[in-house]
Design a binder for this molecule. Structure first.
Ligand SMILES: [Mn+2]
Length: 479
């Protein structure tokens, strides 16, 4: 989605400058990700003279050479780590290339595209502000850290989303029953992002690009509807893929250090999501891969104790291509090399992880009593926003609080809803997402770890604890 918002952004910026410009998004099913020769040939034969990439291209030296060979000017803008060889493009804009003097190295692809727009349009121009909503969407969805310039861009971009002039966003929020005027970074991550991403996962991301750029009310409504339906299909597909991947990866394994599942029927659009769920559930690195006729494409997710891209680097001789960062990566391997890749990755994981106490860790920022929680504190916490990846919201611990009431809410009693009270009789509602199973034997006094938030319900705002963990009072060590 970083790429889609970056495309929309540059498209609109160049249109404002009266350029003759069109957006192009590779279809991940026929073309794979990013720059590819077929697309370049096709664009050339359509009379295109200059191609500007967003969010891709920095690791495509062969494709850049191809553009040069067929007489197509190419400018690469990207935020991924460059490989050993830089592509022979007309120009490369990437803060991560060596020698680049730009101070902030964490911009998303859409952030880099915004910098190009800023240079072309000139700062102080109002039309630049109109593009910041796209920067917020792409930056939050790409999980780059929300610190430094990203945090400023997202903060300003959220304001822009709340006052959106973009018909498509308005329609999409409507269909998701979300109030656009109060959009938060979390809502981009959990509501808008997955819907904008859904089309690209199932067929082509063009619907998302059209939604973000159209002024047509009818079309925006139709596209929003389509994305919402596709998002539900994507959810079902993710669940079935996850279940199958789990049974494939666990077959014959008692205590695996790395889960590896490969299948011909896996949809490449959701393998990454399925790998995420496996890593969450089993707390170990996971690979889910879709096997094609000749090549297999895999998506990997990992835990802080295991750098998955380093592990793939050690298998580079087996791979057609690969890339990523510590916690997530992707690769392509020829099918005949697949068995060796599986066994090598597993032994690398075993060598690094065996004997370690592998458990997810949660860290709190401060211990408070419930009576210290109030609207004033919430206001101060809001100065840290937008919180999210790289800038997590504050986590508190309160000990020995009384459980006044406990019930489950949501489908199949999935979530836990508590009323908690301290010795000063300060009482607060608490919600524990996916903690419904704790309700049955919940002790009468508990220690809780939570973030503190406002909850709006039926037009009334109340304060609530968003639980991260619940333990019997006194059972948690103080460190
Ligand atoms: Mn990106």
């Amino acid at each position: 989605m970083d790429g889609v918002t970056a495309t929309a952004l540059l498209l609109q910026a160049l249109q404002q400058l009266h350029a003759n410009v069109r957006g192009y998004i590779p279809n991940r099913f026929d073309e794979g990700y990013g720059l590819n020769n077929d697309a370049l040939d096709h664009l050339k034969s359509d009379g295109v003279k200059l191609v500007i990439t967003v969010d891709c291209g920095i690791r495509s030296p062969n494709e850049a050479q191809h553009a040069r060979d067929i007489g197509l000017d190419l400018v690469i803008s990207d935020h991924h780590h460059p490989g050993d060889e830089l592509p022979p493009a007309f120009a490369i804009i990437n803060p991560k290339q060596s020698g680049d003097i730009y101070a902030d190295k964490d911009l998303a692809g859409v952030g880099v595209a915004y910098k190009i727009a800023e240079a072309l349009i000139g700062s102080g121009d109002l039309s630049l502000i109109d593009l910041l909503d796209l920067v917020a969407l792409g930056t939050v969805a790409d999980l780059v850290p929300l610190i430094g310039e990203n945090r400023v861009l997202v903060r300003r971009g959220l304001k822009q989303i709340r006052e959106t002039k973009r018909q498509g966003l308005y329609s999409l929020a409507n269909i998701a029953e979300m109030s656009i005027g109060k959009t938060t970074a979390d809502q981009i991550g959990f509501i808008l992002g997955p819907r904008l991403n859904a089309a690209g996962r199932l067929e082509s991301a063009l619907a998302a690009l059209d939604l973000l750029t159209t002024n047509d009310v009818m079309l925006a409504g139709q596209l929003a509807q389509q994305l919402d339906v596709q998002n539900r299909q994507r959810q079902v597909l993710t669940r079935t893929t996850q279940e199958k991947a789990e049974s494939l990866a666990m077959a014959g394994e008692s205590n695996p250090f790395l889960l590896f599942a490969v299948d011909e029927e896996f949809n490449p659009g959701v393998v990454g999501l399925a790998a995420s769920r496996l890593t969450e559930t089993h707390y170990c690195p996971s690979v889910v891969a879709a096997k094609g006729a000749e090549e297999t494409r895999g998506s990997c997710r990992s835990i802080p104790e295991f750098h998955i891209t380093d592990a793939l680097d050690q298998c580079a001789d087996l791979l057609v291509r690969h890339g990523g960062h510590a916690a997530a990566a992707g690769f392509t391997v020829r099918n005949e090399k697949l068995p060796e890749l599986v066994s090598r990755l597993k032994s690398i994981a075993e060598a690094q992880l065996s004997g370690k106490d592998l458990r997810p860790t949660v860290t709190a920022d401060m211990e408070v009593s419930l009576s210290q929680l109030n609207f004033d504190l919430l206001k101060h916490l809001s100065y840290f926003e937008p919180t999210g990846y790289g800038n997590p919201s504050a986590i508190f611990v309160s000990r020995n609080v009384k459980v006044k009431s406990a019930r489950t809410v949501g489908a199949e009693g999935k979530h836990l809803k508590l009323t908690l009270e301290d010795e000063h009789s300060a009482a607060y509602g608490a919600i524990g997402f996916r903690m419904g199973s704790l309700q049955a034997d919940l002790p009468s006094r508990v220690d809780v770890m939570y973030s503190f938030e406002a909850n709006e319900y039926n037009g009334r705002t109340s304060l609530q604890l968003n639980l991260k963990d619940v333990k019997a009072a006194g059972s948690v060590n103080t460190q």
